[in-house]
Design a protein around this ligand. Structure first.
Ligand code: AOF
Ligand code: ZN
Length: 357
């Protein structure tokens, strides 16, 4: 199962809106089939593994990181494929919370006389699909907030210099979150100040996230990289006060979409609902402080990734990762729990997740 979890990990970021899943068929202590779910719409992990095993799947065991599905979606049910292949025993890590499955996969196989054992390396496998599970339960994307700061919590000097506070290893690690996330979101101030491209720069093949801007008055310049560079889609959310003729210039760019909300201002909840309807399972917030604050105050940050450089910058004007108005009363501050700390080059990386209520 550890090997299956490792294999599934390699597909994180490419299966949206589906989970990352791997399967391994073992016969007489030998691996006879392996498979991962490569992409939504393509066969599930079990199908690849069973195809590779062929007739050797008879009387074999299959390790799967997620409960095999029981429904006809874009592909037929894996539980049935396992039954048809005459597999003898199934070992599962996570349960599938998808209401179309949710225990029925296990039930189908047990009723067919197959021995099923679940929750093997569940914690590791659950961690892998945290975004998918959150999306299935809430119909909104899983939100990660990424920041890089000094020991005293500054993201720039008091004159605004920010390149670079953390070192190269940490910055590269940061880019992997762009690949892993379905979309990346920034506020209009970040677009105006930094003119970012928001694409993924990692070694090997990285997937670009959909680039999202919250921009109530449609102030994104046509000359900005998000408009001029078409490597990834750009979605701009505006309030209802934007006129049709203001949109026209943007419509010439096929990768750009303007989403005009019903409300005067762009609200976090409406954006997340929209992204959920579009089946985006995860969202990365990278800037700036006002955006981070809006998501924090809405209670919508599910995970934080924080890189800390061993530097002291100081200055009360120097920016910090979460700005805006903040939360005024401690009793309203939501709790997180640390899930990992690690040293990356000279810096430290801390990951925390929202504490379950
Ligand atoms: C599995 N094995 O490898 C995956 C599963 O639209 P479909 O047919 O691809 O179904 C997607 C759903 O199937 C997804 O929401 C999740 O519940 C399950 N994913 N199940 O048995 C797999 N990727
Ligand atoms: Zn399946």
């Amino acid at each position: 199962m550890a090997m299956a979890v490792q294999m599934a990990k390699e597909t994180v970021g490419q299966t949206n809106p589906n989970p990352s899943v791997a399967a391994i068929v073992v016969k007489d202590n030998q691996v006879v089939g392996v498979g991962v779910h490569v992409k939504a719409g393509e066969p599930h992990a079990e199908v690849h593994a069973l195809r590779m095993a062929g007739r050797k799947a008879q009387e074999a065991e299959i390790y799967v990181t997620l409960e095999p599905c029981s429904h006809f979606g874009q592909t037929p049910p894996c539980a049935q494929a396992i039954i048809d292949a005459r597999v003898k025993r199934v070992i599962i890590a996570s349960h599938d919370p998808n209401p179309k499955v949710s225990g029925r996969g296990i039930q189908m196989m047990e009723q067919a006389g197959i021995e099923v054992k679940s929750e093997v390396l569940k914690r590791e496998a659950d961690q892998l699909n945290r975004a998918f599970f959150h999306f299935i339960k809430t119909k909104q994307p899983y939100v990660r907030l990424k920041s890089a700061m000094s020991l005293d919590g500054k993201i720039a000097t008091s004159t605004g210099e920010s390149q670079w506070i953390t070192g190269e290893v940490a910055r590269m690690d940061g880019h992997t979150y762009r690949h892993r996330s379905t979309a990346i979101l920034v506020g209009i101030n970040t677009v105006l100040m930094d003119n970012p491209k928001l694409t993924t720069r990692i070694e090997g093949e990285g997937k670009n996230p959909i680039r999202i801007v919250l921009d109530t008055h449609l102030r994104t310049p046509l000359s900005s990289r998000l408009i001029q560079n078409s490597e990834a889609p750009t979605w701009i959310f505006t309030g209802k006060g934007v006129y049709d003729d203001e949109l026209e210039d943007f419509l010439r760019f096929p990768h750009v979409e303007i989403i005009r909300l019903e409300s005067k201002r762009v609200e976090v909840e409406a954006v997340l609902n929209f992204l959920g309807e579009r089946k985006l399972t995860s969202l990365l917030i990278e800037g700036g402080g006002t955006m981070a604050d809006a998501f924090v105050r809405a209670g919508k940050v599910d995970e934080t990734i924080t890189y800390i450089a061993p530097k002291l910058i100081g200055g009360k004007q120097a920016l910090t990762p979460v700005a805006g108005d903040g939360i005024s009363s401690l009793k309203d501050v939501g709790a997180f729990q640390f899930i990992s700390t690690e040293q990356l080059g000279e810096d430290i990386k801390i990951v925390s997740v929202k504490k379950e209520e």
